[in-house]
Design a binder for this molecule. Structure first.
Ligand code: NAD
Length: 274
């Protein structure tokens, strides 16, 4: 089975499904990423903050998979804002990953209180121009932060990685992304598992499609055009989360899922965090 790709605004392609490694212990990361690569995942989403880039690099090196068949994302840590510091931190990530470039480098959080994300973004442009990051993007940016980048820099982020699941359907940001050519990456796509996946509405859909609730929710993201990278440390679930390309939700199914929207965040508020 082939995972579809999404074309980014810089012409590059990203697999629409990847594997996230947030909260996977450093000592277990290599074996967990290996399990994901064995299933067929070719897109890995890590971050300096996760403390497990070495494990990701180890799994990649051990796999023997050609580098150009893999898509690797990392993210700048919150204490690394600033033009030259952002590049220096990427150099450190590349050493830990054992790679000479990442496919995507993201500003993890905008930190509007510190308000250095514009100069940080200029560092990201430098990193891209130096070939250290093929594509550059942001994470947890709100519309005013994206507008600030548009007004003061010349690169539109390739992606914005935001919290997005059935309880937080990010309609306004998605619409802004569509209008400006920014791809939407959905973090915590299955709402971190707990709570959300027990909703009776999802159980009904899961039963009707002969799938799990997690597969139904991941399929919903795919049909919205979102890029997702669910996390699991369990090989059976890693496989389950990959098997979402052989069924289709109807418009009515999608509407039923979106009725779960409450607007409540699982993670921090991007306007104040970091
Ligand atoms: P997620 O929505 O992917 O949920 C993961 C949890 O759901 C697992 O720990 C497990 O408990 C459960 N789960 C996984 N598969 C399941 C299945 N098939 N059935 C039942 N339960 C299942 O949450 P996440 O890890 O927070 O988000 C995914 C990825 O997004 C992260 O690993 C990371 O790469 C990224 N992320 C980014 C940010 C950011 O600020 N940019 C923040 C959080 C996460």
């Amino acid at each position: 089975m082939t995972v579809p790709t999404i074309k980014l605004n810089d012409g590059r392609e990203i697999p629409q499904l990847g594997f996230g490694v947030f909260q996977i212990e450093a000592g277990r990361t290599a074996e967990t990423v290996k399990a994901a690569l064995d299933v067929g995942y070719r897109h890995i989403d890590t971050a300096q903050m996760y403390g497990n880039e070495e494990g990701v690099g180890q799994a990649i090196a051990d796999s023997g998979i050609p580098r150009d068949e893999l898509f690797v994302t990392t993210k700048l840590n919150n204490d690394g804002h600033g033009r030259s510091e952002a590049v220096r931190r990427l150099d450190q990530s590349l050493t830990r990953l054992g790679l000479d470039h990442v496919d995507l480098y993201l500003i993890h959080w905008p930190r509007p209180g510190e308000d250095r994300y514009v100069e940080t973004w200029q560092g990201f442009e430098d990193a891209r121009d130096a070939g250290k990051a093929r594509s550059i993007g942001v994470s947890n940016f709100q519309i005013p932060h994206l507008e600030q980048l548009a007004a003061q820099t010349s690169t539109v982020p390739a992606v914005n990685q935001i919290e997005f699941h059935p309880q937080l359907v990010q309609r306004e940001l998605s619409e802004y992304h569509r209008e400006h050519g920014i791809a939407t990456e959905a973090w915590s796509p299955i709402g971190q598992g707990k709570g959300l996946l027990d909703a009776p509405e999802l159980a009904e859909l899961a039963q009707r499609h002969g799938r799990s609730a997690a597969q139904v929710v991941l399929r919903w993201h795919i049909q919205l055009g979102n890029i997702v990278f669910p996390k699991s440390g369990n090989p059976d679930r890693i496989r389950e989360n990959y098997e979402i390309f052989d069924f289709t939700l109807s418009d009515a199914d999608i509407a039923a899922i979106e009725k779960l929207h409450t607007g409540a965040r699982l993670g921090p508020d991007p306007d104040t965090f970091g």
